[in-house]
Write a protein that binds this ligand. Sequence first.
Ligand code: ZN
Length: 217
Amino acid sequence: MFGRNFIICSCVFVLSGCTYNDEPVPEIVRGNISSRPRLIQPRVINPKPSPKSVYGNVPKDWLPPSRVEKKWTAIVIHHSGTGNGNAAIFDKWHREGNHWDGVGYDFVIGNGTDSGDGQVEVTFRWRKQVPGAHCGGTPGNWANEDGVGICLVGNFNNTEPTSRQMQSLLKLVRFLQSRYNIPSSRVYGHNTTPGGRKTDCPGRKFLMTRFKSMLGS
Ligand SMILES: [Zn+2]
């Protein structure tokens, strides 16, 4: 019963939005595949993230443990390519469908279906500050190693993000930009990430130009 549903949902998930089948296997899994070249870049620990006074109050779980916090240099925005979902659902799909060690993103922003409209969920990748599995094909796997992966639930080829999703995205991206000194020129949609594979993610109705204008320089 669940298995059948799961397969159907996974197919939709793979065929729309992110090119999940093409995404790199996270490091923890890839370590078992000796024939593949390792493209992991050195981890860079940021000794002095920007203080809280720069970006104001944010939820506590947006701040990673200081002992593992690393220097992030880019932000990559995705849509889920599905009408519904949340971090737990994507985690299950990515574990069981792709055999990854869990959901590929750092953050998931809900659309009111399986989590709150505009609710920001923090995944284990962010809490542990480990590389993502959301934007494959970039040289040296840089986008997964150094880019923060944010997924908005929805298929933005069909519908626009909700206003609450965009408000949350704006707050989250501004926080990340401030804390890690990431310029707006390093905030990408999946489909415009330098070196990334061809994809329509985050969808035709995600208006990146408008979002970038909201961010400012
Ligand atoms: Zn994507």
